[in-house]
Design a protein around this ligand. Structure first.
Ligand SMILES: NC(=O)c1ccc[n+]([C@@H]2O[C@H](COP(=O)([O-])OP(=O)(O)OC[C@H]3O[C@@H](n4cnc5c(N)ncnc54)[C@H](O)[C@@H]3O)[C@@H](O)[C@H]2O)c1
Length: 400
């Protein structure tokens, strides 16, 4: 299968390479000086990491495969510290390289370790979830979580390249895939409406790995992110547009103690942002309602309980997009025309939420993170029914 190369600019430009067999590009990306390569991957993705390790060994590298915990548990400073010790044991030097393989949690952690080991060594990312391909692995943000909040510690550290072999997505559970599709749909609304048309043509198949337009959808979404981050490498301006749907989305994630999948929360957040923009007279009715239709057709939630508003409003106030306690919402002035709504009136915010609020139980099964649910239950958090009686041990965390 042919490969598509999408440029990401900046001080250290790189390419996102999309297509089957992208892993064969690895040796070209590791640099002249690399002798030792550390492949960091979640414990459950050994089947995907194995062939990558073999390719590298055959190319003559000294390869160490390092397993990390699955999912969000990897983004922990203790996991990073364990890897630093392993890197020391392997005598990893400045010319050597890290390959970060897995979902967004693994690529965020591997990026953080690459940014910090010897003040920065070469990094190649191999994202294996839809969300990581179109979002987490593109743009150079790395992070770990601390008890006080998610993604609070990290660095901007662009990789030498991103290799997205779409064959990896075939084993992705449907709920993970659909969660990633929310970010693809976001790219459609803020920049590339063809994405919306392709999904609307067959939403059922767009929500499954291997759908007829999968590659085009992914490439379009990556191009949107690549263009935005190229224009704004350090989140000083246009990159804010990528937060479309994220202000309420982060508030929902926080209220749910991070037991809801990111894409599900962002989907509700986009429906909300569209309602706000319509009510503020900035977005036409048809585009506003199109949000609900396409997200629901793709299998994503579009509503959240009415009683949650006070808590969500408070969480929105501490979101990173509010400046000097004034709320800044990314809204649309039309299809593919994102803008900022600064300090919107309270009654408008609340009325828009009333549109979004629906009877309890609208998050489809699977769009909660089972791993985190299990953890919350083990630690004494209450997970009852579809909406979970809501509040687990992580509920007080901030979602920056
Ligand atoms: N750096 C950024 O700019 C950025 C942007 C968006 C999100 N993120 C981060 O990304 C993370 C979420 O990423 P995610 O949604 O990929 O979650 P994830 O990394 O937790 O992966 C989700 C699950 O899918 C499994 N998985 C991964 N690839 C698989 C495959 N090919 N087949 C079967 N299972 C597979 C993982 O093991 C995990 O259990 C969050 O930590 C978020 O903060 C970072």
């Amino acid at each position: 299968m042919s490969l598509t190369r999408i440029d990401v600019g900046g001080e250290r430009p790189y390419q996102v390479v999309v297509g089957g067999g992208a892993a064969a590009e690895l040796p070209y990306l590791l640099g002249q000086d690399a002798r030792t390569v550390v492949v960091i991957h979640p414990v459950n993705l050994g089947g995907i990491a194995g062939p990558v390790v073999r390719v590298l060994r055959e190319a003559g590298y000294l390869v160490h495969a390092e397993q990390i915990p699955d999912g969000e548990a990897a983004k922990d400073i203790a996991v990073a510290a364990g890897l630093w010790s392993r890197m020391a044991a392997h005598h990893v030097s400045r010319g050597d390289a890290i390959v970060g393989l897995g979902g967004g949690a693994a690529t965020d952690l591997a990026g953080f370790v690459a940014a910090t080991w010897l003040r920065g060594i070469r990094l190649v990312l191999m994202p294996t979830t839809l969300l990581a391909v179109v979002d987490a692995a593109v743009g150079g943000k790395t992070a770990v979580n601390i008890a006080e909040g998610k993604n609070l510690v990290g660095a901007f550290y662009p990789p030498a390249g991103v290799l997205a072999d779409l064959a990896c997505l075939a084993s992705l559970p449907r709920a993970e895939y659909v969660s990633g599709l929310a970010e693809v749909i976001k790219a459609g609304f803020i920049a590339d409406p063809v994405i919306l048309e392709l999904i609307e043509a067959d939403p059922e198949r767009a929500g499954q790995p291997g759908g007829p337009h999968e590659r085009e959808l992914i490439e379009r979404a990556v191009r949107v992110k690549a263009a935005v981050v190229t224009a704004d490498l350090r989140e000083a301006g246009p990159r804010e547009m990528l937060n479309y749907g994220h202000t309420l989305g982060h508030a929902i994630e926080r209220a749910e103690g991070f037991r809801i999948r990111h894409g599900a929360a962002v989907a509700i957040g986009m429906v909300y942002a569209a309602a706000v923009a319509r009510r503020a007279g900035r977005l036409d009715e048809a585009t506003g309602w199109r949000h609900r239709a396409i997200l629901a057709a793709a299998g994503l939630p579009t509503g959240y309980p009415a009683g949650a508003w006070p808590e969500l409003r408070e969480a929105m106030a501490v979101d990173k997009k509010s400046r000097a306690s004034r709320l800044r919402l990314v809204v649309l002035d039309g299809l593919a025309r994102p803008g900022i709504l600064d300090d919107p009136p309270e009654d408008l915010l609340e009325q828009a939420y009333a549109e979004v609020s629906e009877p309890e139980g609208t998050v489809p099964p699977g769009l909660r993170s089972e791993g985190a649910c299990d953890r919350a239950t083990r630690e004494g958090g209450a997970v009852k029914g579809e909406w979970g009686g809501g509040r687990g041990p992580e509920a007080s965390r901030k979602a920056p």
